[in-house]
Design a protein around this ligand. Sequence first.
Ligand code: HEM
Length: 395
Amino acid sequence: MGNTSCCQSEDLAVNETQPVDAKPLMISGGDAAVAGGLGLAGGDTEAERVYQVTLNKVDGQKLGLDVDYMAERKLLPIMHVTGGVAEEWNRRNPQKKMCSGDSILEVNGVKGDVVEMLEKCKADQILNMTLCRSLTYEFLLEDLEKLVRQKQCGPILIRLSWHDAGVYNGVDGCPNAAMRLSGSAEQQMAANAGLQVAIKLLAPISAKYVPRLISHADLWVVAANVAIKVMGGPVITTRYGRLDAQQASQSAPSGTGRLPDGDKDAHHLRTIFHPKGFDDKEIVALSGAHTVGACHLDRSGFQGAWTEQKLKFDNSYFKDLLSKSWTEETTSQGKSQFRCGETMMLHTDMALIKDPAFKWHVQQFAEDENLWFSEFGKAWVRLQELGLEDLRDIL
Ligand code: HEM
């Protein structure tokens, strides 16, 4: 779990993770626990994952727990059980065995403050602790990967992260997961239609990890990045420390001028993306994400997938834009788009080959997938961090 340096105490070994930045983590959760039957590490329900332990340090015995400490966290992940009363507990209570990767949530009534929890561990003789199974960053990545593979939901997770960050207009609207809050403008924006599906898909994972380990806003970012990797795309470095909106009023007020419309032209793309700090090359690189996923009649009014393999993150989108013959059509929802066989393009996608400056980049990315991965990766990380400073490299 991040970089560690060891500092030993009498009875508890504390591995101190050095924060890159000392910004407080998440504030509070919100999504109800939904048992998704995903097979989450440690169990799908709180009842399966959370357990109580009582340790009694009789005669000054050592605790025998090696924990990972970082002041900004709300929990203490167990790195190793190293003997002492902890090992004794494990021998006597095989059904409540403390394992590395489980996290301590509460010690003698103290939770959410790891400094005070550690003090309790050192000072108190009897420790009543609440723990949760398989609750570390590594397990989070594992659970997200399972979700993406089982539900084949990579594309909508990417769109969720893009729209959370994409409302930034150069002044306000940075990624803060406001879309999850009922009554928020972001939840009601037409451009965000369908994204509640993504939030529901993430609910079993947010019920386990938010706010204990991560904020909703950071979860949406790392979920998208796991999705990109699972579908064959570049490995994206995620940074952490986004704070969740707590009230609907913290939402961006409207999508107009912030999020793009699919039936518009190159000028519209520049009008939307320039204030966010993206140039022509970056607009084209980012648009390449349409190589995965599809449009849904009941969400946007557009219909169909852009490429033949909608769960494969490759440069087919650029190749198809250039090589296929596209015919304009109107969907049953009255939206104008382009079609070739089973695949489609929006007007904004076609704008990338109609505008000569955009088209030059489309050609580069169609010829060289690695170049696209590299340019996409850089622009995508900037998008996910719009309006934010002081993010950390570790969770
Ligand atoms: C350039 C302007 C853009 C426009 C006009 C646009 C528009 C749209 C529309 C209309 C949909 C269909 C929604 C639905 O019906 O479910 C969609 C889906 C999608 N968009 Fe974009 N988008 C743009 C840029 C981006 C960017 C920058 C990304 C990410 C880097 C992205 C990623 C996606 C993905 C992955 C989907 C598929 C979602 C799914 O399968 O459920 N889009 N977009």
